[in-house]
Write a protein that binds this ligand. Sequence first.
Ligand SMILES: [Zn+2]
Length: 321
Amino acid sequence: MKQFILKIFTLILLVTTILGLFNMRKITEKTYVTLDVDYLTILKQDLFSLMMAYPHDIVDIEIENKHTVYLILKSGEKLLYDDLKNKTETEKLQNPDLQDMMSELYLLGPVNGLMPENYNPGRIRVYPLLKEVYGANQVEIEKNLTGIRVNSSYHRFNSNNSASLHLNQALDELTHLLKDAPHLWSYLHPIGGTYNFRYISNTNRLSPHSFGISIDLAIHKDDYWQWTSRKAGEKRLMSYPQEIVDVMEKHYFIWGGKWGLFDTLHFEYRPEIIIKGKYFNSQPQTLWYEKLPVKEEKVTNIILLIEERLKGFIVLFSFHL
Ligand SMILES: [Zn+2]
């Protein structure tokens, strides 16, 4: 009899616990307030990378209700950092917030092979930011274009935010490399293209070439995921000269060869992605800014601004169990 009562008691306890867990799940389905160090660290690193990358166009940070972060643009427009939505990769591409754009870490340096198809750092773009920096429409963008000379051909590139300046510097370095490494010539010439106002095929999203911030180097049949197999694409990727990638990354160009949906001839001026990959490629041991060159005044100023604006910030977490 005693054993029977004990069994009933255990059963009641078990049912109560399960019901309790179920209720807790219901509560957390809504919004749960917590202080999450990792979230805060990544938030600050993202804000830093963006402010360093677009120093003339991002002028401030604003916090609403202690938890909603906006970047303030020169025009007065506000860009939301985190919409707290869980999105698929496609939804992120179509309707990203700043956090989505910064979410996949771009690894600098050599690659071991193709990235997985769903890993495409820098392929997500927040268009209001690009429009603010490089021009709101085709007419405005074209006013900001400048001529770039490559060997004997001319191409157009956006001069805002030092994009054309960095491309010119990169091309000078690559031309210099050619003297000792003539095999690089076939990867560089003829240039595939730069400015071209067009939509990405089968989408309603503008190509980064539309803003004059991307360059396609010499075209090869196995350069694009839609043209070839992953096997042939990887073979081409592994034969691609690392010197070219290094020079381009040094000048804040991300490489389409590091996208799972590879675009090996494509380089895109995305300083925010390079800065994040350079300084924040591992979890900090102590401070979120421990790897930054804090002796540089502009670096210190941005760190101080972030710390000041985020005082009293509360991390809001949305659970979707
Ligand atoms: Zn391209």
